[in-house]
Write a protein that binds this ligand. Structure first.
Ligand code: ZN
Length: 173
């Protein structure tokens, strides 16, 4: 397969994930695979360590893919309370520190937040429904969407993107 460098023109990228499948795809995609101590792929993963590793990697990489599996696993277990908790952990313990730290950097860094696919607790398996995403770029005026969910995101600036449109939008200046 083509690497992300060949597809999107950046020089250096890294992936952080506890999941072998994602790490393996990362190798083929031309990304450096980084390991974080205490990354389990479950609700007890080292959120802070992964966030810190992503921030460190951003100092020497053009692109960093930080993957957290916990909410997917909670979906497979059909455990709604656990899934909510994993999303809250992701929000507070990974996204928040990354976002806040990046505000202090001189170099602007774009952030995207999204799942790779839905795993509804009701059916405990993956679906191929469209997923909601956020693209944050410093200095860019936000659209009117105030919530992060499947319904609100559809009303957003980007609408529904297909195939590699998301990556091209995200990496565009
Ligand atoms: Zn899964």
């Amino acid at each position: 397969m083509e690497t992300m460098q060949q597809m999107y023109g950046f020089e250096k990228g890294a992936v952080i994930s506890a999941v072998d499948l994602i790490r393996g795809i990362g190798v083929y995609a031309g990304l450096e695979v980084l390991t974080v101590e205490g990354a389990t792929g479950l609700y007890d993963t080292n959120y802070e360590g992964k966030a810190e590793a992503a921030l460190q990697a951003l100092k020497t990489n053009d692109f960093v893919y930080l993957h957290v599996e916990a909410s997917d696993e909670a979906g497979h277990e059909g455990d709604v309370d656990l899934k909510i908790k994993t999303i809250e952990y992701l929000d507070k313990r990974a996204i928040k520190p990354i976002f806040e730290t990046l505000q202090t950097w001189d170099e602007p860094v774009a952030i995207a937040v999204l799942p790779d696919h839905p795993t509804p607790c009701s059916i405990r398996t993956h679906t191929n429904e469209p997923i909601p995403f956020i693209i944050y770029k410093p200095g860019q005026t936000p659209d009117a969407v105030q919530r992060y969910d499947e319904y609100a995101a559809k009303e957003g600036y980007y609408g529904e993107l297909k195939e590699d449109e998301f990556m091209r939008e995200f990496l565009k200046d």
